[in-house]
Design a protein around this ligand. Sequence first.
Ligand code: PHE
Length: 341
Amino acid sequence: MLDQLDTLERQALASLESAQDDEALQRWKIAHLGRNSPLMKIFDQLGSLPKEERPPVGRRANQVKGALEAAFEAKNEALRQATLQQALQTERLDVSLPGRPPVLGRLHPNTITLRMIYRVLGDMGFQVFRSREVESDDYNFGLLNMPPHHPARDMWDTFHTTTPGVLLRTHTSPGQIHVMRLYAPEPIRVILPGMCYRYEQVSARKETQFNQVEGLAIGRHITMADLKGTLVDFSRRMFNQDVHIRFRASHFPFTEPSAEVDIECYLCGGKGCGVCAGSGWLEILGCGMVHPVVLRNGGYDPYKFSGFAFGIGPERVAMLRHRIEDIRYFWVNDMRFLEQF
Ligand code: PHE
């Protein structure tokens, strides 16, 4: 039986050599130290041995058990170290690698254009004046020389609220009345930027919401030459020194005379193409000399004061500057579009 124990120990230690992972190690433990292992069987048989054989066999069996347990612990520790070493090798942290830059947000093309307009007109002495987007019928139309049922109201397809007489402003022009009433009889030089809303059939050139930047200058001896000079200068600063613009006679009830300003088509350079509908020109703003009725509604005496006003479409300007062919891109939140700015 002592020989049997020797063989048992030798074989067990030899097979431990080949255990290369935790699973194999556990299997080895069950096979050699488990309840049904040959070693445990020997312990079971101790009672049936002749009395004088029991102590030496028992001692030797305990030795073998101790040796196997120690070998198991050593192997277990060795495996743990090996796994750790491997992890340290493969998952090594390279502190010299450049960091991963966080993805930066960016400004909407409209915001970029608006800020540029503010800067250009700010340099020319215009201050930003914020005005409300929900307006009364009176401010949006009546006080701008369009009494109820005036046919000119048809130029602005309007979103009405369920409260009679309250609507979403169709242009920034009602802001003119607000500023004038606040500052009369002081001279004024402001821009009124913001969102406008129209009940439009959406197309490549028309949206139901868009920005406008209204300009208003009120004072003594302000003439149409000031209006033209301001807008020519604005266009040159905004686009480039050689940009061609033209004033086209037009009609707005709140200005007299009135004009629309076109800029040479960016795509065809004035030759005529699909974007400019063959005309070679693209409209970017409406303007005119403030109508005497509007001056009076704002609190200014039209015999002493005069002024000019203009309303720029910043989306139109952005489309010109960046060659954007469809106004709908501005509000669909398509990252492929937005990431280009
Ligand atoms: N409010 C006009 C529009 O929306 C533009 C405009 C502004 C015209 C100021 C003249 C003066 O079309």
